[in-house]
Design a protein around this ligand. Structure first.
Ligand SMILES: [Fe+2]
Length: 153
């Protein structure tokens, strides 16, 4: 089964966000590893849950960041996330009920992520960079630390 590969063309130049996007791809690859080598339903459900939970945490983090900087297209960006999370949640429920939708879920998430990064996420880069450039280094570190702790622990 094909594994998804991160490419530098997907990088936005915001290290904390790029790191999270890369990690989602890692989780997608874990789903494929399990489907390929250890396709036990409990194992599949476990890796799908890790993938979906991490992805949802990332989206929440990203929204908090965009809200923090007063991003002008926040509402439409959040709507894109919400539409996507509903679809993923539906697929996750089907997977948890034993349907073989693990590969479909991972592929859909991967395609959505790449498309979303290149289109909608690319749209906020200038606004985030401008905000960070205008911030004190200490304040920036404090906010990132606080937000990472809040959403990923
Ligand atoms: Fe986004």
């Amino acid at each position: 089964m094909p594994h998804f590969v991160w490419s530098s063309e997907f990088e936005l130049g915001i290290p904390v966000i790029d790191g999270q996007h890369r990690r989602i791809i890692d989780y997608i690859n874990r789903v494929y590893d399990v489907l390929e080598h250890d396709p036990d339903q409990a194992r599949i459900n476990a890796v799908l849950t890790d993938l979906v939970d991490y992805t949802f945490s990332h989206l929440t983090f990203e929204e908090a960041m965009l809200e923090e900087i007063g991003y002008g297209d926040f509402d439409s960006h959040q709507l894109a996330h919400r539409t996507f999370t509903k679809l993923i949640e539906t697929l996750r429920q089907r997977a948890l009920q034993g349907e073989s939708v693990g590969a479909e879920l991972a592929a859909f998430l991967n395609n959505w992520l790449i498309t979303h990064i290149m289109a909608e996420d690319a749209g906020y880069v200038d606004a985030v960079q401008a905000h960070l450039a205008g911030s004190e280094a200490g304040r920036r570190r404090y906010w990132l630390h606080k937000a990472v702790t809040r959403y990923f622990q």
